[in-house]
Design a protein around this ligand. Structure first.
Ligand code: UDP
Length: 455
Protein backbone atom coordinates (compact mmCIF):
# COMPACT_ATOMS: atom_id res chain seq x y z
CA UNK A 1 0.00 0.00 0.00
CA UNK A 2 1.29 3.51 -0.76
CA UNK A 3 2.29 5.86 2.06
CA UNK A 4 -0.01 8.67 3.15
CA UNK A 5 1.13 11.81 1.33
CA UNK A 6 1.23 15.29 2.91
CA UNK A 7 2.17 18.63 1.39
CA UNK A 8 3.91 21.11 3.73
CA UNK A 9 4.46 24.76 2.87
CA UNK A 10 6.40 27.21 5.07
CA UNK A 11 6.46 31.01 5.02
CA UNK A 12 9.65 31.69 3.01
CA UNK A 13 11.90 32.75 5.89
CA UNK A 14 14.62 30.75 7.60
CA UNK A 15 12.94 30.73 11.01
CA UNK A 16 9.81 29.25 9.42
CA UNK A 17 11.44 26.71 7.12
CA UNK A 18 13.60 25.05 9.81
CA UNK A 19 10.82 24.05 12.27
CA UNK A 20 8.40 22.96 9.52
CA UNK A 21 11.19 20.87 7.99
CA UNK A 22 11.74 19.38 11.43
CA UNK A 23 8.06 18.49 11.58
CA UNK A 24 8.33 17.00 8.07
CA UNK A 25 11.24 14.83 9.21
CA UNK A 26 9.21 13.62 12.20
CA UNK A 27 6.26 12.80 9.92
CA UNK A 28 8.54 10.95 7.52
CA UNK A 29 9.85 8.87 10.43
CA UNK A 30 6.24 7.99 11.15
CA UNK A 31 5.85 6.60 7.64
CA UNK A 32 4.31 9.66 5.99
CA UNK A 33 5.54 10.93 2.65
CA UNK A 34 6.01 14.72 2.56
CA UNK A 35 6.21 17.06 -0.40
CA UNK A 36 7.90 20.13 1.06
CA UNK A 37 7.22 23.24 -1.01
CA UNK A 38 9.62 26.16 -0.85
CA UNK A 39 9.75 29.25 -2.99
CA UNK A 40 12.09 28.76 -5.94
CA UNK A 41 14.52 31.26 -4.43
CA UNK A 42 14.78 29.38 -1.13
CA UNK A 43 14.65 25.94 -2.78
CA UNK A 44 17.86 26.69 -4.61
CA UNK A 45 19.64 27.80 -1.42
CA UNK A 46 18.40 24.82 0.59
CA UNK A 47 19.44 22.27 -2.01
CA UNK A 48 22.89 23.87 -2.17
CA UNK A 49 23.30 23.88 1.61
CA UNK A 50 22.03 20.30 1.87
CA UNK A 51 24.68 19.13 -0.57
CA UNK A 52 27.30 20.16 2.05
CA UNK A 53 26.04 18.78 5.31
CA UNK A 54 22.36 17.97 5.31
CA UNK A 55 20.48 14.86 6.16
CA UNK A 56 16.99 14.56 4.87
CA UNK A 57 14.63 11.62 5.17
CA UNK A 58 14.11 9.83 1.87
CA UNK A 59 10.35 10.20 2.25
CA UNK A 60 10.71 13.98 1.91
CA UNK A 61 10.47 15.34 -1.57
CA UNK A 62 11.54 18.97 -2.14
CA UNK A 63 9.41 21.00 -4.56
CA UNK A 64 9.19 24.69 -5.39
CA UNK A 65 6.94 27.41 -6.76
CA UNK A 66 7.73 31.07 -7.57
CA UNK A 67 7.20 33.76 -4.92
CA UNK A 68 6.12 36.49 -7.36
CA UNK A 69 9.28 38.60 -7.06
CA UNK A 70 11.89 39.08 -9.76
CA UNK A 71 15.30 37.39 -9.24
CA UNK A 72 17.15 40.50 -7.96
CA UNK A 73 14.36 41.91 -5.78
CA UNK A 74 14.79 42.36 -2.03
CA UNK A 75 13.22 39.39 -0.26
CA UNK A 76 13.97 40.90 3.14
CA UNK A 77 11.33 43.53 2.36
CA UNK A 78 8.57 41.49 3.99
CA UNK A 79 5.75 43.83 2.95
CA UNK A 80 6.67 43.55 -0.71
CA UNK A 81 7.25 39.80 -0.44
CA UNK A 82 3.92 39.21 1.30
CA UNK A 83 2.02 41.13 -1.38
CA UNK A 84 3.85 39.43 -4.24
CA UNK A 85 3.25 35.98 -2.78
CA UNK A 86 -0.46 36.58 -2.41
CA UNK A 87 -0.74 37.46 -6.09
CA UNK A 88 1.11 34.45 -7.46
CA UNK A 89 1.45 31.59 -5.04
CA UNK A 90 -2.15 30.41 -4.51
CA UNK A 91 -2.54 29.66 -8.21
CA UNK A 92 0.86 27.97 -8.42
CA UNK A 93 0.20 25.87 -5.35
CA UNK A 94 -3.14 24.75 -6.71
CA UNK A 95 -1.51 23.76 -10.02
CA UNK A 96 1.22 21.83 -8.18
CA UNK A 97 -1.29 19.88 -6.09
CA UNK A 98 -3.41 19.09 -9.13
CA UNK A 99 -0.36 17.83 -10.97
CA UNK A 100 0.67 15.56 -8.08
CA UNK A 101 -2.89 14.33 -7.72
CA UNK A 102 -2.99 13.10 -11.30
CA UNK A 103 -1.32 9.98 -9.91
CA UNK A 104 -4.18 8.26 -8.11
CA UNK A 105 -1.96 6.25 -5.76
CA UNK A 106 0.08 9.28 -4.65
CA UNK A 107 -2.60 11.86 -3.95
CA UNK A 108 -2.02 14.57 -1.34
CA UNK A 109 -4.30 13.74 1.57
CA UNK A 110 -3.40 16.64 3.85
CA UNK A 111 -1.90 20.12 3.48
CA UNK A 112 0.10 21.62 6.36
CA UNK A 113 0.60 25.34 5.97
CA UNK A 114 2.48 27.92 7.95
CA UNK A 115 0.00 30.01 9.96
CA UNK A 116 1.28 33.02 8.00
CA UNK A 117 0.11 31.53 4.68
CA UNK A 118 -3.62 31.45 5.32
CA UNK A 119 -4.29 31.48 1.58
CA UNK A 120 -2.81 27.97 1.33
CA UNK A 121 -5.63 26.73 3.58
CA UNK A 122 -8.09 28.26 1.13
CA UNK A 123 -6.42 26.40 -1.74
CA UNK A 124 -6.62 23.10 0.15
CA UNK A 125 -10.26 23.70 1.04
CA UNK A 126 -11.09 24.47 -2.59
CA UNK A 127 -9.49 21.16 -3.62
CA UNK A 128 -11.31 19.27 -0.86
CA UNK A 129 -8.13 18.27 1.00
CA UNK A 130 -7.93 18.20 4.79
CA UNK A 131 -5.67 20.81 6.30
CA UNK A 132 -3.60 21.81 9.28
CA UNK A 133 -2.04 25.10 10.24
CA UNK A 134 1.42 25.18 11.85
CA UNK A 135 2.51 28.05 14.08
CA UNK A 136 6.31 28.41 14.29
CA UNK A 137 6.10 31.27 16.81
CA UNK A 138 5.03 31.71 20.43
CA UNK A 139 1.38 30.99 21.15
CA UNK A 140 1.37 34.31 23.03
CA UNK A 141 1.87 35.97 19.65
CA UNK A 142 -1.06 34.07 18.21
CA UNK A 143 -3.28 35.01 21.14
CA UNK A 144 -2.34 38.65 20.57
CA UNK A 145 -3.16 38.33 16.87
CA UNK A 146 -6.50 36.69 17.63
CA UNK A 147 -7.29 39.56 19.98
CA UNK A 148 -6.77 42.21 17.30
CA UNK A 149 -10.51 42.99 16.89
CA UNK A 150 -10.80 43.48 20.65
CA UNK A 151 -7.70 45.68 20.71
CA UNK A 152 -9.36 47.85 18.05
CA UNK A 153 -12.70 47.91 19.92
CA UNK A 154 -10.96 48.82 23.17
CA UNK A 155 -9.20 51.75 21.49
CA UNK A 156 -5.72 50.28 22.05
CA UNK A 157 -4.84 50.24 18.33
CA UNK A 158 -6.48 51.79 15.25
CA UNK A 159 -7.74 49.80 12.28
CA UNK A 160 -4.22 49.77 10.81
CA UNK A 161 -2.76 48.32 13.97
CA UNK A 162 -1.11 51.58 15.09
CA UNK A 163 -1.18 51.91 18.90
CA UNK A 164 -3.24 54.93 19.99
CA UNK A 165 -1.03 55.46 23.01
CA UNK A 166 1.91 53.77 24.71
CA UNK A 167 0.67 51.36 27.34
CA UNK A 168 1.34 47.92 28.71
CA UNK A 169 -1.42 45.34 28.36
CA UNK A 170 -1.96 41.81 29.56
CA UNK A 171 -4.27 39.49 27.63
CA UNK A 172 -5.14 37.62 30.82
CA UNK A 173 -3.76 37.72 34.39
CA UNK A 174 -1.25 34.88 33.85
CA UNK A 175 0.10 36.16 30.55
CA UNK A 176 3.33 38.08 29.94
CA UNK A 177 2.92 41.85 29.80
CA UNK A 178 3.02 43.36 26.33
CA UNK A 179 3.95 46.92 25.51
CA UNK A 180 1.92 48.41 22.64
CA UNK A 181 5.19 49.85 21.29
CA UNK A 182 6.45 46.29 20.90
CA UNK A 183 3.46 44.69 19.16
CA UNK A 184 5.01 42.46 16.49
CA UNK A 185 3.45 44.31 13.56
CA UNK A 186 4.65 47.72 14.83
CA UNK A 187 8.27 46.54 15.00
CA UNK A 188 8.65 45.59 11.38
CA UNK A 189 9.93 47.86 8.60
CA UNK A 190 8.43 51.22 7.69
CA UNK A 191 4.81 52.29 8.15
CA UNK A 192 3.77 50.87 4.77
CA UNK A 193 5.27 47.46 5.68
CA UNK A 194 3.64 47.56 9.10
CA UNK A 195 0.23 48.11 7.50
CA UNK A 196 0.72 45.24 5.05
CA UNK A 197 1.87 42.89 7.83
CA UNK A 198 -1.05 43.91 10.04
CA UNK A 199 -3.59 43.31 7.28
CA UNK A 200 -1.91 39.99 6.58
CA UNK A 201 -2.40 39.02 10.25
CA UNK A 202 -6.12 39.79 9.94
CA UNK A 203 -6.42 37.74 6.74
CA UNK A 204 -4.55 34.82 8.32
CA UNK A 205 -6.82 34.88 11.37
CA UNK A 206 -9.79 34.61 9.04
CA UNK A 207 -8.31 31.77 6.96
CA UNK A 208 -7.19 29.93 10.11
CA UNK A 209 -10.84 29.00 10.65
CA UNK A 210 -10.49 26.67 7.66
CA UNK A 211 -7.83 24.60 9.42
CA UNK A 212 -8.99 21.24 10.77
CA UNK A 213 -5.99 21.18 13.12
CA UNK A 214 -3.77 23.88 14.59
CA UNK A 215 -0.36 22.79 15.91
CA UNK A 216 2.60 24.78 17.21
CA UNK A 217 6.27 24.53 18.12
CA UNK A 218 5.76 25.13 21.81
CA UNK A 219 4.80 23.16 24.92
CA UNK A 220 2.43 23.41 27.89
CA UNK A 221 5.46 23.77 30.15
CA UNK A 222 6.53 26.91 28.29
CA UNK A 223 3.23 28.57 27.51
CA UNK A 224 0.53 27.20 29.73
CA UNK A 225 -1.44 30.45 29.98
CA UNK A 226 -1.26 31.31 26.29
CA UNK A 227 -2.36 27.79 25.38
CA UNK A 228 -5.31 28.18 27.74
CA UNK A 229 -6.33 31.26 25.74
CA UNK A 230 -6.07 29.32 22.45
CA UNK A 231 -7.20 25.83 23.52
CA UNK A 232 -7.49 24.50 19.96
CA UNK A 233 -3.77 25.10 19.41
CA UNK A 234 -1.94 21.86 20.15
CA UNK A 235 1.75 22.06 21.08
CA UNK A 236 4.08 19.44 19.61
CA UNK A 237 7.39 21.11 20.50
CA UNK A 238 10.18 21.55 20.99
CA UNK A 239 10.83 20.40 17.42
CA UNK A 240 14.58 19.80 17.36
CA UNK A 241 16.84 17.57 15.31
CA UNK A 242 18.30 16.18 18.55
CA UNK A 243 14.85 14.89 19.60
CA UNK A 244 14.94 12.46 16.69
CA UNK A 245 18.72 11.98 16.80
CA UNK A 246 19.15 13.36 13.31
CA UNK A 247 20.80 16.28 11.56
CA UNK A 248 19.01 19.54 10.83
CA UNK A 249 17.87 20.37 7.33
CA UNK A 250 16.34 23.32 5.55
CA UNK A 251 19.20 25.76 6.07
CA UNK A 252 19.65 28.61 3.58
CA UNK A 253 23.43 28.70 4.11
CA UNK A 254 26.05 25.96 4.49
CA UNK A 255 27.17 25.66 8.08
CA UNK A 256 30.72 26.04 9.33
CA UNK A 257 31.16 22.89 11.38
CA UNK A 258 34.83 23.63 12.21
CA UNK A 259 33.60 25.75 15.06
CA UNK A 260 32.55 22.56 16.87
CA UNK A 261 36.19 21.48 16.94
CA UNK A 262 37.11 24.93 18.24
CA UNK A 263 34.43 24.58 20.94
CA UNK A 264 35.91 21.23 21.97
CA UNK A 265 39.10 23.09 22.88
CA UNK A 266 37.42 25.64 25.17
CA UNK A 267 36.84 25.16 28.90
CA UNK A 268 33.47 23.85 30.06
CA UNK A 269 30.79 26.49 30.51
CA UNK A 270 32.98 29.34 29.23
CA UNK A 271 31.94 30.42 25.73
CA UNK A 272 29.49 33.21 24.93
CA UNK A 273 27.57 32.11 21.82
CA UNK A 274 26.47 35.17 19.82
CA UNK A 275 23.91 34.80 17.03
CA UNK A 276 21.13 36.99 15.71
CA UNK A 277 19.19 34.63 13.45
CA UNK A 278 18.72 35.10 9.75
CA UNK A 279 17.38 38.65 9.38
CA UNK A 280 19.03 41.02 11.84
CA UNK A 281 21.09 43.82 10.29
CA UNK A 282 23.54 46.03 12.21
CA UNK A 283 24.80 49.50 11.39
CA UNK A 284 28.56 50.06 11.59
CA UNK A 285 28.55 51.80 14.97
CA UNK A 286 26.56 49.04 16.64
CA UNK A 287 28.57 46.31 14.94
CA UNK A 288 31.83 47.78 16.24
CA UNK A 289 30.42 48.32 19.70
CA UNK A 290 29.34 44.68 19.84
CA UNK A 291 32.81 43.54 18.77
CA UNK A 292 34.42 45.71 21.44
CA UNK A 293 31.92 44.51 24.03
CA UNK A 294 32.81 40.89 23.33
CA UNK A 295 36.47 41.76 23.59
CA UNK A 296 35.85 43.53 26.90
CA UNK A 297 34.23 40.48 28.47
CA UNK A 298 37.62 38.78 28.43
CA UNK A 299 35.84 35.47 27.85
CA UNK A 300 35.87 33.14 24.85
CA UNK A 301 33.14 33.82 22.30
CA UNK A 302 31.73 32.29 19.15
CA UNK A 303 30.06 34.93 17.00
CA UNK A 304 27.91 34.26 13.92
CA UNK A 305 28.52 37.09 11.48
CA UNK A 306 26.30 36.40 8.48
CA UNK A 307 27.43 37.65 5.07
CA UNK A 308 24.52 40.08 5.00
CA UNK A 309 24.57 41.06 8.66
CA UNK A 310 25.80 44.62 8.23
CA UNK A 311 24.49 47.43 6.09
CA UNK A 312 26.11 47.36 2.63
CA UNK A 313 27.69 44.02 3.65
CA UNK A 314 30.80 45.85 4.87
CA UNK A 315 32.03 44.32 8.10
CA UNK A 316 34.37 46.92 9.51
CA UNK A 317 35.74 45.27 12.62
CA UNK A 318 37.48 47.63 15.06
CA UNK A 319 41.14 48.21 14.25
CA UNK A 320 43.33 45.37 15.55
CA UNK A 321 40.30 43.39 16.75
CA UNK A 322 41.16 40.10 15.06
CA UNK A 323 44.69 40.16 16.41
CA UNK A 324 43.61 40.98 19.96
CA UNK A 325 40.92 38.29 20.20
CA UNK A 326 42.57 35.59 18.08
CA UNK A 327 43.14 33.27 21.03
CA UNK A 328 39.62 33.32 22.36
CA UNK A 329 37.23 34.64 19.71
CA UNK A 330 35.86 32.87 16.66
CA UNK A 331 33.67 34.34 13.92
CA UNK A 332 31.72 32.14 11.51
CA UNK A 333 29.22 33.02 8.81
CA UNK A 334 26.62 30.34 9.70
CA UNK A 335 26.85 27.88 12.55
CA UNK A 336 25.25 24.51 13.37
CA UNK A 337 23.34 26.34 16.12
CA UNK A 338 21.49 23.43 17.68
CA UNK A 339 24.73 21.50 18.08
CA UNK A 340 26.53 24.52 19.48
CA UNK A 341 23.88 25.17 22.10
CA UNK A 342 24.13 21.58 23.27
CA UNK A 343 27.94 21.80 23.61
CA UNK A 344 29.24 21.79 27.21
CA UNK A 345 31.65 24.68 26.51
CA UNK A 346 28.80 27.14 25.94
CA UNK A 347 27.92 29.29 28.94
CA UNK A 348 25.31 31.72 27.58
CA UNK A 349 23.53 32.79 24.42
CA UNK A 350 23.61 36.42 23.26
CA UNK A 351 20.55 36.23 21.05
CA UNK A 352 18.05 38.27 19.05
CA UNK A 353 15.33 36.10 20.66
CA UNK A 354 13.77 34.61 17.54
CA UNK A 355 11.33 31.90 18.66
CA UNK A 356 13.47 29.04 17.33
CA UNK A 357 16.58 30.39 19.05
CA UNK A 358 14.56 30.81 22.24
CA UNK A 359 13.33 27.23 22.14
CA UNK A 360 16.77 25.91 21.23
CA UNK A 361 18.45 27.78 24.09
CA UNK A 362 15.90 26.54 26.63
CA UNK A 363 16.06 22.96 25.35
CA UNK A 364 19.78 22.99 26.06
CA UNK A 365 19.63 24.83 29.38
CA UNK A 366 21.54 27.88 28.14
CA UNK A 367 20.67 31.28 29.73
CA UNK A 368 20.16 34.34 27.54
CA UNK A 369 21.34 37.85 26.96
CA UNK A 370 18.55 39.42 24.93
CA UNK A 371 19.09 41.74 22.01
CA UNK A 372 15.77 41.75 20.10
CA UNK A 373 15.72 43.29 16.64
CA UNK A 374 12.22 43.15 15.23
CA UNK A 375 8.72 41.60 15.05
CA UNK A 376 7.91 39.12 17.83
CA UNK A 377 11.43 39.14 19.32
CA UNK A 378 10.47 41.75 21.93
CA UNK A 379 7.65 39.52 23.14
CA UNK A 380 10.05 36.58 23.35
CA UNK A 381 12.45 38.75 25.34
CA UNK A 382 9.65 39.45 27.84
CA UNK A 383 9.11 35.72 28.18
CA UNK A 384 12.85 35.14 28.74
CA UNK A 385 13.57 37.99 31.15
CA UNK A 386 10.33 38.68 33.02
CA UNK A 387 8.28 35.51 32.73
CA UNK A 388 10.71 32.60 32.90
CA UNK A 389 13.56 34.60 34.50
CA UNK A 390 16.23 32.88 32.41
CA UNK A 391 18.01 35.89 30.96
CA UNK A 392 18.81 39.57 30.98
CA UNK A 393 18.03 42.31 28.48
CA UNK A 394 20.65 44.72 27.15
CA UNK A 395 19.82 48.40 27.50
CA UNK A 396 20.47 51.03 24.83
CA UNK A 397 22.03 54.39 25.66
CA UNK A 398 20.42 57.74 24.75
CA UNK A 399 21.58 57.45 21.15
CA UNK A 400 19.98 54.03 20.77
CA UNK A 401 23.22 52.06 20.92
CA UNK A 402 24.02 49.09 23.15
CA UNK A 403 27.48 50.01 24.44
CA UNK A 404 30.45 47.74 25.08
CA UNK A 405 30.35 48.36 28.86
CA UNK A 406 26.68 47.35 28.95
CA UNK A 407 27.57 44.09 27.20
CA UNK A 408 30.36 43.34 29.65
CA UNK A 409 28.25 44.23 32.71
CA UNK A 410 25.32 42.05 31.66
CA UNK A 411 27.53 39.10 30.73
CA UNK A 412 29.14 39.26 34.18
CA UNK A 413 25.78 39.57 35.92
CA UNK A 414 24.30 36.65 34.02
CA UNK A 415 27.25 34.35 34.57
CA UNK A 416 28.04 35.17 38.19
CA UNK A 417 24.45 35.03 39.46
CA UNK A 418 23.79 31.29 39.37
CA UNK A 419 19.98 31.79 39.54
CA UNK A 420 19.77 32.24 35.78
CA UNK A 421 21.47 28.96 34.99
CA UNK A 422 19.47 27.11 37.63
CA UNK A 423 16.14 28.44 36.37
CA UNK A 424 17.10 27.69 32.75
CA UNK A 425 17.98 24.11 33.64
CA UNK A 426 14.70 23.67 35.50
CA UNK A 427 12.77 24.99 32.53
CA UNK A 428 14.86 22.78 30.26
CA UNK A 429 13.99 19.63 32.13
CA UNK A 430 10.26 20.46 32.25
CA UNK A 431 10.22 21.43 28.56
CA UNK A 432 12.07 18.34 27.41
CA UNK A 433 9.74 16.11 29.41
CA UNK A 434 6.99 17.04 26.95
CA UNK A 435 8.74 15.24 24.11
CA UNK A 436 9.42 12.04 26.04
CA UNK A 437 7.23 9.02 25.29
CA UNK A 438 4.50 10.02 27.74
CA UNK A 439 4.88 13.80 27.35
CA UNK A 440 2.03 16.03 26.16
CA UNK A 441 3.74 17.24 23.00
CA UNK A 442 4.56 13.67 22.04
CA UNK A 443 0.94 12.61 22.58
CA UNK A 444 -0.30 15.53 20.50
CA UNK A 445 2.14 14.60 17.75
CA UNK A 446 0.99 10.98 17.73
CA UNK A 447 -2.65 12.04 17.56
CA UNK A 448 -1.76 14.36 14.71
CA UNK A 449 -0.10 11.53 12.80
CA UNK A 450 -3.13 9.29 13.37
CA UNK A 451 -5.42 12.05 12.15
CA UNK A 452 -3.34 12.40 8.96
CA UNK A 453 -3.46 8.67 8.37
CA UNK A 454 -7.27 8.48 8.76
CA UNK A 455 -8.89 8.52 5.37
N1 UDP B 1 20.57 29.29 12.91
C1 UDP B 1 21.59 28.43 12.58
N2 UDP B 1 22.84 28.92 12.47
C2 UDP B 1 23.15 30.21 12.70
C3 UDP B 1 22.12 31.09 13.07
C4 UDP B 1 20.84 30.58 13.17
O1 UDP B 1 21.36 27.23 12.37
O2 UDP B 1 24.32 30.57 12.58
C5 UDP B 1 19.21 28.74 13.00
C6 UDP B 1 18.74 28.69 14.42
O3 UDP B 1 19.16 27.46 15.02
C7 UDP B 1 17.23 28.81 14.28
C8 UDP B 1 17.05 29.62 13.01
O4 UDP B 1 18.31 29.61 12.33
O5 UDP B 1 16.65 27.53 14.11
C9 UDP B 1 16.70 31.07 13.27
O6 UDP B 1 15.38 31.15 13.70
P1 UDP B 1 14.92 32.21 14.76
O7 UDP B 1 13.45 32.03 14.95
O8 UDP B 1 15.73 32.10 15.98
O9 UDP B 1 15.28 33.61 14.13
P2 UDP B 1 14.95 34.31 12.71
O10 UDP B 1 16.02 33.92 11.78
O11 UDP B 1 13.59 33.81 12.28
O12 UDP B 1 14.98 35.76 13.03
Amino acid sequence: MSKPHVLAIPYPAQGHVIPLMELAQCLARSGIKVTFVNTEFNHERIVKALSHTGDINELIHLASIPDGLEPGEDRNDLGKLTEAMLKVMPEKLEALIEKINETESDKIMCVITDYGLGWALEVAEKLGIKRASFLPAAVALLSLAINVPKLVDDGIIDSNGIPLKHQVIQLSPGMPEMSTANFAWTCIGDIATQKIMFQSIRLNNKSAKLADRLICNSSYELEHEALTLVPNCLPIGPLLASNRLGKSAGYFWPEDSDCLTWLDQQPTNSVIYVAFGSFTVFDQVQFQELALGLELTNRPFLWVVRQDMTQDNIKAYPKGFHERVKNRGKMVSWAPQQKILSHPSVSCFLSHCGWNSTIEGISNGVPFLCWPYFADQFLNQTYICDYWGIGLGLDKDNSGIIRQEEIRTKVELLLTNKCYKTRTMNLQSRTMSSVTEKGCSQKNFKNFVNWIKET
